[in-house]
Design a binder for this molecule. Structure first.
Ligand code: EPZ
Length: 436
């Protein structure tokens, strides 16, 4: 993993050809790894992506007293039989949004948790009120004081209940599912999120002995069990990583086989790219992406799954910036997910943002520029734009990108991209886009 002392340098404008293998899903991994704390035994978890959010998650598990053993680069064994610590280290927690899953996991198994308010990408207001309401419905007492969340179950333990989510939330659905997995009786989560990683977490917990039904629909039923046992589980492929590489091919042109995906998970992205004139062929666990002609305009609105994912909004906007005609992008989830637009403008993109809507007037070419990543998917979108742009693009603050992309440079170089990771003086990385 690299710090602010490194940047990506891309010589763009070249089409991509070859194959890219997709890694395990980040947003599944950051839920499943904390869930391993609930298991009274050894979990072997396979297809774990090598990204900094995973490293951080494993550091947190170790700090709590779990024994973490890396079997190989993508397989980890976690033994949570001897956890005695329910306070998650503040410095580690603040670095990652998904640290909120520790509340559900610790509360579910041990009846108490102390976790600092989560950090993560700045996408606007990111409350956790729905998580807290869900825990309270299960009987927990939850206090937020001095930047920490303190959650405690009653002496008799958590009790199943019916929980209606008044907003569809990935994090709250996964968190409540964890807490409910060992509560007494039946929990029904209504208006649940349906993202692939929700199903993956449910499948992981069920493999370890939980009783969760309906994950992937908007009603999830959890019948609490007394104990979860060890087992082996393999994380699903990353929908957003695959979508990002599809966007790279759409923007730069070429013909690439994206390997190890679940094509059904990709439908929402595939159909948008097809509207834009990209040819996509499904072949078992692989998807071939071909872009020969100019991209066409379209409109995009981000929504909970199976709608178009917000985590692909910056990358598709990079493609639309090069499409013929004017497109409208409507961000339906986050308040503040257009911070990358000013960086795109440095490349010659014509984009106007008004609240949650961006009007994107396609240009013939983008030109390379020094940029600075401002969050994970924004950084990924800068890579998409940089691969298509004429000339050299430098991207600083790549630690954001490394939170969620396993070997991005290696994978792109494998399809002929001229992208290099280079060391740079701190000042250089930090001043990359300080003007304007
Ligand atoms: C998850 O965040 C993902 N993160 C995000 O991906 C993704 O953008 C988001 O889901 C939506 O798909 C992880 O899985 C770690 P939410 P999460 O709860 O769970 C509101 C990436 O780039 N809300 O589904 O935090 C909230 O403000 C990251 O990989 C409440 O009002 O998102 C938002 O408008 C970035 N109260 C909406 O719900 C709550 O208690 C959806 O948020 C919780 C959420």
């Amino acid at each position: 993993m690299y710090s602010a002392l490194y940047k990506y340098v891309i010589h763009g404008g070249k089409p991509l050809f070859g194959e890219i293998e997709i890694s395990g899903a980040k947003n599944a991994a950051v839920g499943i790894l904390p869930a391993a704390l609930m298991v009274d035994g050894v979990c072997r978890i396979e297809n774990v992506p090598q990204i900094s959010d995973v490293t951080l998650s494993l550091d947190i598990l170790s700090a709590l007293g779990a024994e973490v053993r890396l079997v190989n680069k993508n397989t980890v064994e976690i033994d949570s039989r001897h956890i005695r610590n329910f306070t998650v280290p503040d410095d580690l927690c603040r670095k990652m949004r998904a640290s909120y899953y520790l509340i559900g996991a610790l509360l579910g198994r041990f009846g108490r948790a102390q976790v600092s308010m989560p950090g993560g990408c700045n996408l606007g207001v990111r409350p956790i009120d729905l998580h807290i309401k869900g825990f309270e419905k299960l009987g927990a007492t939850v206090d937020v004081m001095g930047g920490f969340v303190y959650a405690t179950a009653p002496e008799s333990g958590l009790r199943g209940s019916t929980i209606y989510m008044d907003q569809v939330s990935v994090g709250a659905t996964m968190n409540v599912m964890m807490a409910a997995a060992m509560a007494k009786g039946l929990t029904v989560i209504e208006n649940a999120a349906k993202e692939p990683h929700i199903v993956d977490l449910a499948n992981f917990l069920n493999t370890m002995g939980a009783h969760i039904m309906g994950a992937g629909t908007d009603v999830i039923k959890v019948r609490g069990v007394e104990r979860l046992h060890g087992g082996t589980y393999s994380i699903i492929p990353d929908q957003i990583e695959a979508g990002t590489y599809m966007a790279c091919v759409a923007a730069a042109g070429g013909n690439v086989l994206i390997k190890n995906v679940i094509p059904k998970h990709m439908d929402c992205i595939t159909s948008k790219l097809e509207e834009m004139g990209v040819e996509i062929r499904e072949d078992g666990d692989n998807i071939r992406v071909i872009r020969k002609h100019h991209l066409r305009r379209t409109n995009v609105k981000t929504m909970p799954y199976p709608g178009f994912p917000t985590d692909m909004q910056p990358q598709i906007t990079a493609c639309l910036a090069l499409a013929r005609g004017t497109s409208m992008v409507n961000e339906g989830i986050w308040d503040n997910r257009y911070r990358y637009v000013d960086e795109f403008k440095r490349m010659g993109a014509r984009i106007q943002v008004d609240g949650k809507v961006a009007v994107v007037e396609g240009v013939e070419r983008l030109s390379g520029a020094p940029l600075r990543a401002c969050d994970l998917r924004a950084g990924a979108a800068m890579v998409v734009a940089g691969l298509a742009a004429k000339g050299t693009t430098e991207i600083g603050e790549i630690h954001y990108i490394e939170r969620g992309y396993d070997d991005l440079v290696g994978k792109l170089r494998g399809v002929g991209a001229e992208i290099t990771l280079i060391a740079c003086p701190d000042d250089d990385a930090n001043s990359a886009s300080s003007a304007g």
